[in-house]
Design a binder for this molecule. Structure first.
Ligand SMILES: Nc1ncnc2c1ncn2[C@@H]1O[C@H](COP(=O)(O)OP(=O)(O)OP(=O)(O)O)[C@@H](O)[C@H]1O
Ligand SMILES: [Mg+2]
Length: 402
């Protein structure tokens, strides 16, 4: 069992050993330099037309995933933008749509749409079907009113401005009415050429646009955003066949087009190398995506002050309740970095403190060790050096005598 962390004035280790993604805390902090570029983009975009796409670039462990989650939790909800997170989707547009539907669940989607559309069928006794979605579906089936129900839903879909096109309205309506028979949403239902396919070829984008509108309106949101992480996985050319490259570019194009026409935003995170590859594949498309460099942010290495703030914010989330920390403070003047020394950052190598992943890992191990063996606090420079070298041994000097 882990030792009590009271003597560190912590009730858990706020640095996760894997140092990937977001920690379990209720508020996420990010440096001002990261924030301002994204906030400028969001401020400007809510007023203008044009592609609402943004690329976040960063090296391994620089905080790309963390930044996307910060956007989702802190910034987009404040602006009433409904966000969906995608982790390494495939290259095809279909993959993205499929991931979206898996995330939502067909029943959840259909039910929300049904509630929003509030369909009324003539000579149906309200009590028969007004109770629940499930009951409505059962009643429609029992009295063989499927076509009536589809017609009414389709009319409402038009009235509520989700879709104009008759064909698309019909598909959406059918999707709702058939929820009971097929409870799970599968995008393969939408792919052309299959038996029972709902959407004709080349119509995925308008159909997808209708789904986006439905998501926005049912959620009472101003717009919808996709946060796509690990886009590099799909753009690493060496792994893509010619066909996949073509599909990747077609997906990008469709996404950009959608952001221009709909209340729809996309944020992608990738390594700078992946961005370069994408740019080489189709320079004009990439330029359009990042609006000639304006909608692009490369996460810079942390400076000393940012590294210090990162550690302070992490520690704050794990502090013991007021009383205990005050008792501790009486014996020692307040050091917000405690149990780390005030000159923590100065004690670490630059390649460690400037990388969020390395910094978090070093802090994590320092605290984990202090939980299992008695360590003097605040931690000494020697102790920190040991931890740092254990995790990230200093590379041997190239010209050192062998
Ligand atoms: N602003 C921040 N405040 C606190 N912790 C952060 C911050 N930014 C990143 N981290 C932490 O740093 C670690 C690495 O971040 P993250 O996983 O987001 O990097 P990444 O760029 O997505 O890495 P990869 O290239 O492997 O996907 C995670 O533990 C994350 O919680
Ligand atoms: Mg990541």
């Amino acid at each position: 069992m882990a030792r009590n962390l009271d003597y560190l004035n912590l009730h858990f280790n706020p640095f996760e050993p894997a140092a990937s993604g977001v920690p379990l805390v209720d508020r996420l902090w990010v440096p001002e330099r990261w924030k301002s570029s994204l906030q400028r983009f969001l401020d400007g975009m809510q007023r203008t037309q044009g592609a609402k796409a943004f690329a976040i670039l960063g090296e391994y462990g620089s905080g790309k995933t963390y930044l996307l989650h910060w956007l989702e939790r802190e910034e987009l909800s404040k602006r009433r933008i409904r966000a969906f997170f995608f982790d390494n989707p495939g290259v095809q547009f279909y993959d993205l749509a499929n991931a979206l539907m898996r995330q939502l669940g067909r029943e959840e989607f259909a039910k929300a749409l049904w509630e929003f559309l509030d369909p009324r069928l003539a000579d149906f006794q309200p009590a028969l079907f007004r109770n629940s979605f499930q009951e409505w579906l059962r009643t429609v089936k029992k009295y063989r009113r499927k076509e009536d129900a589809i017609r009414e839903l389709s009319r409402k879909i038009h009235e509520k401005e989700i879709a104009d096109d008759e064909e698309i309205r019909y598909k959406l309506a059918r999707l709702i009415v058939e929820t009971y028979e097929r409870p799970y949403f599968q995008y393969k239902d939408f792919v052309a050429g299959q038996r029972g396919a709902l959407v004709p070829e080349k119509e995925e984008a308008p159909y997808f646009a209708a789904i986006l509108r439905a998501l926005r309106l049912t959620g009472g949101a101003e717009s919808v955003a996709f946060l796509i992480d690990e886009f590099e996985e799909v753009s690493l050319q060496k792994r893509l066949t010619k066909r996949q490259t073509y599909e990747y570019m077609a997906t990008m194009k469709r996404l950009i087009n959608l952001t221009e026409r709909e209340q729809f935003w996309i944020f992608v995170a990738m390594t700078p190398q992946a961005a370069e590859i994408t740019e080489k594949l189709e320079p004009a498309l990439w330029e359009r995506f990042i609006s000639h460099g304006e909608h692009r942010f490369q996460i810079p290495p942390l400076n000393k002050e940012e590294a210090k703030q990162l550690v302070i914010h992490r520690l704050d989330a794990a502090r013991l309740e007021q009383g205990a920390s005050q008792r501790l403070e009486q014996s020692a003047p307040r050091n917000p970095l405690f149990p780390f020394p005030e000159d923590l950052v100065e004690s670490l190598r630059e390649d460690i403190y400037s990388s969020p992943r390395r910094l978090v890992k070093v802090c994590s191990l320092a605290i984990a060790r202090a939980a299992s063996e008695e360590v003097s606090v605040p931690f000494t420079a020697k102790y920190l050096e040991e931890v740092q070298e254990t995790l990230y041994p200093r590379p041997a000097e190239k010209d050192s005598p062998s």
